[in-house]
Design a protein around this ligand. Sequence first.
Ligand SMILES: C[S@@+](CC[C@H](N)C(=O)[O-])C[C@H]1O[C@@H](n2cnc3c(N)ncnc32)[C@H](O)[C@@H]1O
Length: 278
Amino acid sequence: MTAGGTSYSDRFRELIRSLTGISLPQSKVVMIEQRLRKRVLAFGLSDMEAYLGQLLEGQGMEEELRIVIDLITTNTTSFFRESDHFDFLVNEALPKRLAQAKGARKPRFKLWSAAASEGAEAYTSAMVLAEAQRRGAMFDFAVLATDISQRMLERGAEAVYGADQLSTVPPDLVKRYFMSSRHPSVAGKVRVVPELRRHVRFRHLNLMDETYPVDRDVDLIFLRNVLIYFDGPDQERVVARLASHVAPGGYLVVGHAESMVVRMDGLKQVRPTIFQKV
Ligand SMILES: C[S@@+](CC[C@H](N)C(=O)[O-])C[C@H]1O[C@@H](n2cnc3c(N)ncnc32)[C@H](O)[C@@H]1O
């Protein structure tokens, strides 16, 4: 305990909460400390308490805070994760949007992956939308992928994945949308083809910010497997802010463990995890 009565781990959890909204349970603090041990050594400090002191000082610590965020976020993701959401996207959300836009020569479908991690959700969306184009639907599309972790965003923009990450991608899509090279430096790796990459933009965005510099007519927002890390009031605020970026008739999609979190006038539940803006 410090003189003020707050233990160092409480102050650490509060710092993480204020930076990211992530409510770290006390039980995870030890695991996080293990992840940060290298940073303590890199600064030549004796312990986590001293490291926390440096972080809280703030001055010139912006880059270090970015590293802390990269280290403490859980970035688990995969292509076609919770695949029924992608069926919904092409079989319902897209046709509805195109029907509404009749008359327009080439409507543009806008999708936002709002906790994108390294991009699997964004590229899965791009693949299924590109497939709809191949089947003859006349539209263009743009995918915005945002996350708080700079490291994940860099990976997403690079679009290089381990070949073992493709096990959930149908083989014909692997052939069409991923390329590999014989060069030994990229053995076992694949890269998303440029024709798909050009539809997807990666940007840094902290869901805790009060406003988001994003269009307000997004057709579908994925907000999956991130609300679980926030406390109740933050969950509500994030959902309300994101809802204000959904086009009328558009959708907000959360993870299967998160459907109970979304309770908001103006959002109608059309599936357990899918909410339509009314
Ligand atoms: C478990 S991943 C989910 C990835 C993807 N949506 C999926 O379902 O596969 C959670 C992501 O949320 C990001 N995240 C956590 N707090 C955030 C915040 N305050 N703002 C933006 N992204 C955040 C993490 O960096 C991480 O990449």
